[in-house]
Write a protein that binds this ligand. Sequence first.
Ligand code: R5P
Length: 270
Amino acid sequence: MDWGMQNRLNRIIKPADGRTVMLAVDHGYFLGPTRKLEDPGATIRPLLSQADALMLTRGVLRTSVDPAADTPIVLRVSGGTSVVGPTLADECLTVSFEDAIRLNVAAVALSIFVGTEYEQQTLRRLTELVDEGETYGIPVLAVTAVGKELEKRDARYLSLCCRIAAELGAHFVKTYYCDDFEKVTAGCPVPVVIAGGPKLETEMDALQLAHDAIAQGAAGVDMGRNIWQSDYPVPMIRAVREVVHNNALPAEAHELFLELKTAVDNGKDI
Ligand code: R5P
C-alpha cells in the first residue's frame, strides 16, 4: 500500500492495536435534525477528543467543526435521498473528489445498497471512488446500507455485502453487527467496523454489542446514536473506548461509565 494511503488508514485504525472508535454524526444527510444531533456542533464538541475519527458530511464539517481539530475526518460522499422519499437506496455521489482533498480528509465513505434495484449504480460508484482514492492515496470506506429494511441484517446478507465491497477495492467496510458475525469478518479481507444502529435500551446493551463485534473480528466501531443519544455521551464514548482499545468486558466498561456519570452529576471535569 502506498505511504499516503497507509498513513491515512493508520490515523483512523490505530496501528498499536489495529482498532478504532469512530464517531458517526452523518445522520442528518437523510434523517434531518435527528434527536440530540439538532445542533451538530454542540453534539460533536465534547466528544471530539475521544474519537479516533469523525464521520460526517462536508456541510456539518464546514459549519460545525473547528478546523484546528486534528481528529481524522471520514467524509461521507454519498447521499441525495431522504427518509421521506420513495427509497433510501437511490444514492448518488454528493461531493467531488477535489473537495474531499481540499477538506484534508483521512478517508471518504459511501453507502452501497446490495440486492436493491440500485445495486449496480452504488457498486459502480464505489469502484469509481476507489480509482480516485488510489490516485490520491485516500482510503474508501464502503457502508453496507440497508435503508429502512433493518431486518436484512443477517450474516448471510452482510457477509455478501462486505465481501463484494472488499473485492471492488474498498479499503475498509462498515456494516452491522448480527448473529454469527464471525462469518462476516472471516469472509472480508479488509478491516470491518460496525455501526451501532438505532439507540438500544441501555448503555450496557451497546457496550455488549461493541464487545461482541470486537470478539468476533471487528476492527472497531463507527457508532453514533448509542453514544450521543445517551444522556451521558462523554462517559459512554469513554466506556466504548475501554471495550475497543483495552479489551474491557462489558461489565467493566459499564463500571467506568457509571463512575464517569457520577462525576458528571457532581459537576466534575472528566
Ligand atoms: C450509516 O451509514 C449512517 O450514516 C450512520 O453513520 C451509521 O448508521 C452509524 O451510526 P449509528 O451508530 O447511529 O447507527
